[in-house]
Structures are given as structure tokens and as C-alpha cells.
Design a binder for this molecule. Structure first.
Ligand code: NAP
Length: 293
């Protein structure tokens, strides 16, 4: 298929590369010039990338970025053709998603929200899970693209439901990781060996994919971003906003938000969200260590 891929960050660059690998004709665009993907045409603007494309796929930071890419002066809106499909793999506001979809549908363009889970490694290995909202027939039409970048597609309902489901998934990741980080910090203070603790955690009913992914990085003290703290912080805000609109109280997430506020003040925004651990360590006066360090 002819695809415009917009946003070559941690996730987008590997996703676009996997589309090229699967034989699709790909044009890429990134706000900051200089990023490219081997085998893809580099476009100067979103509009230029979208010209002649059957599908426009976005993976940018946040709601404002998606709005700019779609409806800004050099945005996709200048190149829309009837029958085109726009897919958004950014994690953004569910209500803004419905608004964007409506504006595009009035111009004969289909819209699918398709945020992902699987992080940097999932994007690299084409093993992402897509959490999707939109019309079933449209989702089926872009299935070859989902297959090129991921391993599973879950349709959650109509437009916006993919984003809503993604937010509640990240709510859980933030809370699970915070629980893990607090456990590691207290365990270290109590003199429990970290690797022995992780082994028993993963053998028990507490076992978690979050721990599978994050533990090796923590043991190496590698806090380089797979999922930047600033983006998890954004998702916590999105979930709390959605909860306020729906009149739902989330005391756990509200507390975790404070940890992210403080971690951001400490200058950790561009590190992985696992760096929230370093704040707990600082408060406790310990450092969580693997057997090798
Ligand atoms: P990233 O590495 O920070 O990349 C963000 C991308 O968005 C960059 O290409 C950036 O362009 C672009 N961007 C930011 N503001 C923009 C604007 N106003 N207009 C146009 N482009 C803009 O982020 P990422 O990790 O790839 O994440 C992308 C999306 O996927 C986010 O919504 C994130 O929440 C979601 N996500 C990430 C992960 C993960 O583990 N990393 C997992 C699941 C979902 P520049 O290069 O110019 O800054």
C-alpha cells in the first residue's frame, strides 16, 4: 500500500521501517528534519507526505501534535482525498480523537485510532499490540499494515474507544511499576537481594510483563528512554482528565501523578519512566543494585 508515516520518534521510526520491510511504498515526515528511514521517501511537510497516499499513519507525542499534523498550515488536511484512511498510533485524548475523526469524515476520509502497547522493543520487533477504535471494514482494509508492525489487533469499539482503552492500560502500567519500584526500594533498605526478590516475584502470582520488561534495565541502571517519563506523565494526565469528566475518583493514580511531578522537577522527563525509582531511592537513601554492580 502507499503509506505516509508521520512522526519518527522512538516508536515511529521502527514502525515505518517495518512497513518498508513488508514491501509497502512509504513516505516519511518528521517535525525536526534529519530523521529518515531506509527505503522510504522523505517529505518536507505532512501534506507532501500524504499526497497520493492511501493511508496516513501518525505516531507523534500528544493531542496538540496530532492536531497540528492533521490541521496545521502544512498539515494533512491539504492533501486529503476521498477514500483515504488516517490512522493514529499516538496516545491522545479520546474526546479529541472523536472530534478529529468527525472533521475528516466530513471530507470523505476514514479515521481509526490505533494506539499501541509493546514499547520500543515491540516496535523494533514488529510485535506491537494495537488497541483500536473505528469501523470494522476500515480496520480490515488496513490489516496488512497492522500485520507489518504488530502481532495483534484488538478492536475496542467505535472511534475513541481505542484511546480510552489505552489510557486505562497505561493507568495500570503506571501503578504496577510504582508498586514494583516501591517494593525494590524497601527490599534494598531491608537488605533483601534484588535479583532473588525479582525471581520470587516472577514465580509468584505477582508476576508481571511490566517487571519482565523493566527489571533488566533497572539491574543495569540503564534509564535511557524506552518509554520517556514525560509521555507516561502525559498519559497519567489524560487518564485523570477522562476520570474527572466521567466523575470517577482514582486515588492511586493521583498519588502516582505526584511522583511524576517531582521526577519532572528533578529533570528526569526525558529518561525512561523507570527513573521514578531513583526518586524513591533518594528519599530512602539507598540504590537498588543487581548482582553485577
Ligand atoms: P518520541 O520519541 O518522543 O517521539 C515523538 C514524535 O512526535 C517525534 O517524531 C516528534 O518530533 C513528534 N512531535 C512532537 N510534537 C510534535 C508536534 N507539535 N508536531 C509534529 N510532530 C511532533 O515518542 P515515542 O516514544 O515515539 O511515542 C510516540 C507516541 O506513542 C506517544 O503518543 C506515546 O505516548 C505513544 N507510545 C509510546 C510508547 C513507548 O514505549 N515509547 C509505547 C506506546 C505508546 P521531533 O523529532 O521533531 O521532536
Amino acid at each position: 500500500m502507499r503509506v505516509a508515516f508521520l512522526g519518527l520518534g522512538i516508536m515511529g521510526r521502527s514502525m515505518a521501517a517495518n512497513l518498508v520491510k513488508a514491501g509497502h511504498e512509504v513516505a516519511v515526515w518528521n517535525r525536526t528534519p534529519g530523521k529518515q528511514v531506509e527505503g522510504a521517501r522523505v517529505a518536507a511537510t505532512p501534506a507532501e507526505a500524504a499526497t497520493g497516499a492511501e493511508v496516513v499513519w501518525m505516531c507523534v507525542s500528544d493531542t496538540q501534535a496530532v492536531e497540528q499534523v492533521l490541521f496545521g498550515a502544512e498539515g494533512v488536511q491539504n492533501s486529503l482525498t476521498s477514500g483515504m484512511t488516517v490512522v493514529d498510533s499516538s496516545t491522545i485524548s479520546p474526546s479529541a480523537t472523536q472530534d478529529f475523526a468527525q472533521r475528516l469524515r466530513s471530507r470523505g476520509v476514514d479515521y481509526v485510532d490505533a494506539p499501541v502497547t509493546g514499547s520500543k522493543i515491540g516496535a523494533e520487533n514488529a510485535s506491537l499490540i494495537f488497541i483500536v477504535g473505528g469501523d470494522e471494514a476500515v480496520i480490515e482494509r488496513v490489516k496488512p499494515l497492522f500485520d507489518a508492525m504488530g502481532k495483534q489487533v484488538f478492536r475496542m469499539g467505535e472511534t475513541g474507544k481505542g484511546q480510552a482503552a489505552k489510557l486505562v492500560m497505561n493507568l495500570q502500567i503506571a501503578l504496577i511499576f510504582e508498586g514494583f519500584a516501591e517494593a525494590l526500594t524497601l527490599a534494598t533498605k531491608l537488605g533483601v537481594n534484588t535479583e532473588a526478590l525479582i525471581s520470587v516475584v516472577q514465580a509468584s502470582m505477582i508476576r508481571s510483563g511490566v517487571v519482565d520488561y523493566k527489571a533488566p534495565f533497572i539491574l543495569k541502571r540503564d534509564f535511557s528512554p524506552n518509554f520517556p517519563l514525560r509521555l507516561m506523565h502525559k498519559d497519567i494526565h489524560l487518564a485523570l482528565d477522562a476520570a474527572r469528566e466521567a466523575r470517577v475518583k482514582l486515588p492511586g493514580l493521583e498519588t502516582v501523578e505526584e511522583v511524576y511531578d517531582l521526577a519532572s522537577e528533578e529533570g528526569h522527563s526525558d529518561l525512561d519512566y523507570a527513573a521514578t525509582l531513583t526518586l524513591l531511592e533518594k528519599w530512602a537513601g539507598v540504590e537498588v543494585k543487581g548482582n553485577q554492580n
